[in-house]
Design a protein around this ligand. Structure first.
Ligand code: NAD
Ligand code: UD1
Length: 326
């Protein structure tokens, strides 16, 4: 019989890619409230069960754990936007913090059989402290409700290893991008918005302009979603990752202006820009040292240029398909 894996937030951008990969080997249960996720991010598959539920509600979480015994839990459900957490700290906290505690409390009852509880933390825990690149041992100084809840959550996750023998790991993702990242909200990940604008420019839309918050000199470590999936599965399956926190990133860093120039070169078009003030709580420079996760076998396989080319290709194919259908 196949082992069963829970992915909270599995209908989201990263979750959908992770689920696709896990279905090669496991029976997968997705718990999601579809607040930002979409059913269309999930494949139709006989080994996949979707449960609509809210991780911030203890009863919803308990119900999922009454129905199944999990070999692995990947806890990805969260409000993923830093800006949204500043607008609504309490609502964010209920999902991003209370949700984690409910998941841990339910998982600890299955600690004897669960091989790993893996938590999706964030580079946001490092905050704006200027030492770079960020190592797992670097100073931790989150500056937003989002970063504070991620830090508290990952601390809870590791503490449940020590307190209750639940095997856990936490992954600090840097900026993730790739197909199916939703560009529709102003809070969406920057590369989904940028890709959407680039597609419009390529299609001949002359009115489109990309909004740059600040002067474009902010630096990020953009990691392609397939590499995040590789890293998450590695942390779940590795014994050496137990009770530890790891960066998952790309080994590259670029300013936003460099990323825009790279994209313009890929598509052979110029992207009109409009400038607005930098966002409150924005971290100016964020990039990782990934030596720690490399010691257990991780490799960033996609350069930014490769990742952007694949992402762009995917979006062009989607656009052609939708024209074909309509
Ligand atoms: P996403 O918004 O696409 O996915 C989050 C998923 O969680 C969605 O499907 C959403 O519907 C679901 N969700 C939200 N609140 C929920 C709740 N209360 N109950 C149940 N489900 C709920 O975002 P993503 O980019 O795929 O992020 C996945 C995880 O990775 C998040 O924990 C995020 O904080 C973390 N992360 C993302 C990035 C990034 O660059 N995208 C970087 C660092 C960390
Ligand atoms: C992102 C993730 C967060 C993750 C963190 C880890 C999203 C929505 N946020 O936060 O979950 O924990 O990385 O490092 O996926 N920008 C523009 N124009 C836009 C949108 C954004 O200039 O239209 C700028 C922002 O001001 C910021 C940069 O692009 O300087 C990145 O912004 P964003 O994609 O929202 O990511 P982070 O805040 O880094």
């Amino acid at each position: 019989m196949l082992e069963t894996v829970l992915v909270t937030g599995g209908a989201g951008f990263i979750g959908g890619h992770l689920v696709e990969r896990l279905l090669e080997k496991y029976h997968v249960v997705v718990m999601d409230n579809l607040s930002t996720g979409k059913i269309s991010n999930l494949p139709q598959h006989p080994q996949l069960d979707f449960l609509f539920g809210d991780v911030s509600k203890e009863k919803d979480v308990a119900r999922v754990f009454e129905l199944y015994t999990f070999t692995y839990v990947y806890h990805l459900a969260a409000i993923a936007s830093v800006a949204a957490s500043i607008e609504n700290p309490l609502g964010t906290h209920q999902t991003n913090m209370d949700g984690t505690i409910h998941l841990l409390n339910a998982s600890k009852k299955q600690a004897n059989t669960m091989r790993k509880f893996v938590f999706a933390s964030s580079a946001a825990v490092y905050g704006s402290e200027p030492t770079l690149p960020k190592r797992e041992t670097s100073a931790i100084a989150p500056i937003t409700p989002y970063g504070i809840d991620k830090l508290a959550s990952e601390s809870y996750v590791i503490s449940y290893s020590h307190l209750f023998g639940l095997k856990t790991s936490a992954a600090r993702f840097f900026n993730v991008y790739g197909p199916r990242q939703n560009p529709e909200s102003p809070y969406s990940g920057v590369l989904s918005i940028l890709t959407n604008c680039i597609q419009k420019v390529v299609a001949g839309d002359e009115k489109v302009a990309f909004t740059l918050y600040g002067d474009g000199s902010q630096v990020r470590d953009f990691v392609y979603v397939d590499d995040i999936v590789n890293g998450l599965i590695l942390l779940a399956e590795s014994a050496e990752s137990q009770s530890e926190v790891f960066n998952i990133a790309s080994d590259e860093n670029h300013t936003l202006l460099e990323v825009i120039a790279m994209y313009e070169e890929i598509v052979g078009k110029k992207l009109p820009l409009k400038y607005k003030n930098a966002r409150a709580g924005d971290i100016h420079q964020s990039y990782a040292d990934i030596s720690k996760i490399k010691t257990i076998g991780y490799k960033a396989t996609n350069t930014l240029k490769m990742g952007l080319s694949k992402y762009n290709q995917h979006e062009m194919e989607q656009a052609q398909q939708s024209i074909g259908i309509s």
